[in-house]
Ligand binder design. Structure first.
Ligand code: ATP
Ligand code: MG
Ligand code: MG
Ligand code: MG
Length: 562
């Protein structure tokens, strides 16, 4: 590509509102432009990098028999209502109406869409397992879009979904995906770790996040200094030996008056831990599991309650409002999906439910055998806290250290969470209808691009790894008015192209200083300068990453460039 034909609007100054290095340089080197908060245009160079990241991902997905599809971004509300996420997903879900007032969501994720697709098509265990992926824009109305592509409101994601007849089959695919992810992030040259993770809003059991180690990461990884143990700090808290009551309550009994003391103690417990670990409390009074606590995303200073009863969502913002709601509305407390210290409390409640306690939301019903002092009270969990540096590692090897990480990928074993709600079943080998067992696997494609951009740069600009550099070679004739230089530049450009190299030719009549500064900024792996020595057939070559320079004879170009 000739630079006079393409569009690379480089900037000399660092844009004031760009806080992190990747965002600054992606703007300065002319790879992206912000449209509005959290929404970006990819300019020609940015688009090429994105496409290369996509292709690495595609190759590794196909290597583990994941097959590409393309699903709609616009999704009817009914699908999200079937799984309840229309009510529980919260403000991050972009919602809109068509001309007839019918409601839709813009895809924040695609479990509902893909499950609805397969439930009508895959009826027999003989057609399973099946693993499908897509690469598509996702929409999430992030509260605090920031750091450029790292946290956008419209961003590119690779999301894969697998469907199985048996848990063993899911395990196998999960391991394949773990390997594929490891290959992808290794090929992209990222310094990453797979960590045990919390499942956030998606729900499910086993899951791992892939974290790129970086100072600007919004997540904290707790890892052992002498073993392979690594977990998201949210998860690490539960893996440390905190007191969990051995016996879960097993019975329910109708009691006439709510035990105000218990409830207010729960409220107090929530309130006192709120600024440490709770962001969202979701009350689902129409289901047997009524309370969902989650820390949410990087906003740990606010308590927010959503009271979801059918379509009614009430948001409460202050601890007082939480208390009020707890005191008057809640018949039982069974948190799911709960991170950090709260999880111990949650696990306990989940165990109770697993032990056959149901119907807790019927009016006037409350847990019994849940004594304030032992179970939900402040006292029993007084020493709950996040894991800290220096704590013993849960695997008994070494002590815990912290590092900051950028979540670039996330893989989950969903189990039957979605297929049950959506009645998506297949006939097993006994002819019985069973819900699909599912897994889901995400990679933030545009976030990965930013994570690479963050890692591969120096004071002069990008130092792209070969795997995703927008072009391989930059040919820079220093003086376009010099006929020898101009023509040699053209020749080299043609020659490299016909040998299937991806080449950018700086055919602008700019000053040498501008050309070199832009070339450094853009950061292609190899720069071939056609300057004063062009007349003698000598090319000055620079390896952008190492800074090494060479002189090549013009005839040796193709041989040397490999
Ligand atoms: P985060 O914790 O950063 O908000 P998430 O856990 O909500 O991410 P997932 O639902 O696991 O995200 O989505 C899969 C992947 O999509 C993430 O691992 C991440 O790489 C990417 N991703 C999520 N949200 C964004 C965003 N707002 N901008 C860019 N990429 C994102
Ligand atoms: Mg998120
Ligand atoms: Mg996350
Ligand atoms: Mg995640």
């Amino acid at each position: 590509m000739k630079q006079t034909a393409t569009f690379i609007p480089t900037l000399r100054e660092t844009p004031a509102d760009a806080e992190v290095k990747s965002h600054q340089l992606l703007l300065r080197a002319g790879f992206i432009r912000q449209n509005t908060s959290g929404i970006y245009s990819f300019l020609p160079l940015g688009k090429r990098v994105l496409q290369k990241v996509e292709n690495v991902i595609r190759e590794e997905m196909e290597a583990v028999n994941s097959v590409e599809v393309f699903l709609p971004a616009m999704q009817q509300a009914e699908l999200w209502q079937e799984t309840g996420r229309w009510y529980s997903y919260g403000d991050e879900l972009m919602r809109l109406k068509d001309r007839n007032g019918r409601e839709f969501a813009l895809g924040a994720t695609h479990e509902e869409v893909i499950t609805s697709l397969l439930r009508d098509e895959i009826k027999s265990y003989k057609k399973l397992p099946l693993n499908l992926f897509q690469i598509q824009s996702k929409f999430r109305d992030e509260k605090r879009p920031r750091f450029g592509l790292l946290r956008g409101r419209e961003f590119l994601m690779k999301d894969a979904y697998s469907f199985h007849a048996t848990p063993e089959s899911l395990d196998e695919t999960y391991n394949d995906m773990m390997q594929a992810y490891t290959n992808i992030f290794t090929r992209l040259g990222l310094n990453f770790r797979a960590v045990i993770a919390d499942s956030g809003a998606i729900g499910g059991k086993d899951n791992h996040e892939f974290m790129v180690l970086s100072e600007i990461g919004e997540d904290t990884i707790a890892y052992s200094d002498s073993s392979s143990y690594a977990a998201n700090i949210e998860m690490a808290a539960v893996n440390v030996d905190y007191p969990v009551p051995a016996e879960a309550p097993k019975t329910l009994e109708k009691i006439e008056t709510p035990d105000q003391k218990t409830i207010s103690q729960v409220a107090e417990f929530l309130r006192t831990t709120a600024d440490q670990c709770i962001k969202t409390l979701v009350f689902k009074a129409d289901e047997e599991l009524v309370l969902v606590l989650s820390r949410g995303d990087h906003d740990i200073n606010e308590v927010k309650v959503k009271h979801a009863t059918g379509a009614k969502v009430v948001e409460l913002a202050t601890p007082e409002e939480v208390k009020e709601l707890l005191a008057c509305d809640i018949g039982s407390i069974g948190p799911v999906n709960v991170p950090s210290s709260i999880r111990v409390f949650a696990d306990h409640a989940i165990k109770s439910i697993a032990n056959g306690v149901t119907g807790a939301n019927e009016e006037g019903f409350h847990w019994i055998n849940v004594t304030p002092d032992q179970d939900f009270s402040v006292e029993a969990y007084a020493d709950l806290r996040f894991v800290q540096e220096g704590d013993p590692s849960p695997d008994g090897e070494g002590t815990i250290q912290f590092a900051k990480g950028i979540e670039v990928g996330h893989i989950f074993k969903l189990g039957t969470r979605y297929s049950e709600d959506m009645k998506a079943t297949f006939l097993n080998d006994q002819g019985r209808a069973m819900p699909y067992i599912m897994g889901c696997y995400g990679i933030g494609v545009s976030r990965v691009m930013a994570a690479v951009a963050e890692q591969f740069q120096d004071e002069n600009g990008f130092t792209w790894p070969d795997a995703i550099a927008p072009y391989e070679v930059h040919i820079v004739p220093v003086n376009m008015k010099d006929e020898t230089q101009r023509e040699l530049g053209q020749e080299l450009y043609k020659e490299l192209q016909s040998n299937r190299y991806e080449v950018l030719l700086d055919d602008r009549t700019e000053r040498a200083g501008v050309k070199f500064a832009d070339a450094d900024l853009i950061g292609l792996p190899l720069r071939v300068t056609v300057g004063k020595k062009a007349a003698e057939g000598i090319l000055e070559v620079k390896n952008r990453r190492t800074g090494e320079t060479f002189e090549w004879k013009r005839e040796e170009l193709i041989e040397q460039v490999q």
